[in-house]
Design a protein around this ligand. Sequence first.
Ligand code: G3H
Ligand code: 13P
Ligand code: ZN
Length: 344
Amino acid sequence: MALVPMRLLLDHAAENDFGIPAFNVNNLEQVIAIMQAADAVDSPVIIQASRGARKYAGEAFLRHLILGAVESYPHIPIAMHLDHGNEPATCYTAMRNGFSSVMMDGSLEPDGKSPASYEYNCTVTREVVDVAHAMGVSVEGELGCLGSLETGEGGQENDPGPGGALSHGRLLTDPDQAEEFVAKTGVDALAVAIGTSHGAYKFSKKPEDEILRMDLIIELHKRLPDTHIVMHGSSSVPAELVQVVNDNGGEIVNAYGVPVEEIQLGIKHGVRKVNVDTDNRLAITGAIRAALNDDKSNFDPRHYLKPAIAEMRRVCESRYQAFGCAGQGGKVKQVSTHVFAATY
Ligand code: G3H
Ligand code: 13P
Ligand code: ZN
């Protein structure tokens, strides 16, 4: 089945009441870990690359990493998605490089830092939808800015650190505006702001209702039952992964993420794509630190990269299971309207 538009996978997820983790990649090892996990549990796959990843690996390497995944696992449906496209031009270069899905994040200005106006967001998102849909590519839009309801600070794209003070109005997706935004732009999926942010330091304690607004997801799904909701900043930051990093010389303190049960609640209410990057970063870093400590004389990179793949694979498998997509990979049916035309 190979590369498919993300919309095909999200439609299938909605019809069968499950959610799909979208894992970020920057390198070969991460792609291998995701594909091994998906193969082991028969899950559809969403791989995503940020602008930072495209800068790190380069367009050609990323393109060929996708090709490698597709060729090695032809039975697994894979969507390749651009994470946080900052302006239409970025989305177009991703499409040219074979991505089957793009995010036009018009909640922020192209600098990825300053909140943008609603009107700007509608205009750029609509423009990208028009072009992408003509090519069979799916589009995710975002309404509301990611950030902490505890501190009132927005997180910047590609940077979990504070991005300046924002009102709760900005940090929460407005349901009336969401209805209008979806109608005006025609997006396939809508990323929402409910108090999550990128990175390991999302909350100062296990989050409760007032700082993680799952009720807003429930309201948005009632208003927009046919829209696929996306949760960003959805790493769970498991204490055991943090512990391995810290036991091996790392320093990560007071890190709290989004509990898996909260994501499962979201999935019951229309969440179909769940963005996870940080948990895999923690798994990889912990494994590498532990392997280097275990055998200080070994300088073969495979000595520490093999356990890194294994630990990331464990995280991916566990999210595939928890979000209900295990066993669904083989059930995705490619229909003619969804055939993705891009060629390599
Ligand atoms: O958007 C946030 C993701 O975790 C990607 O982060 O831009 O550092 O690759 P990155
Ligand atoms: P985490 O930092 O919680 O993994 O979020 C990743 C993300 O939202 C990528 O867009
Ligand atoms: Zn994100």
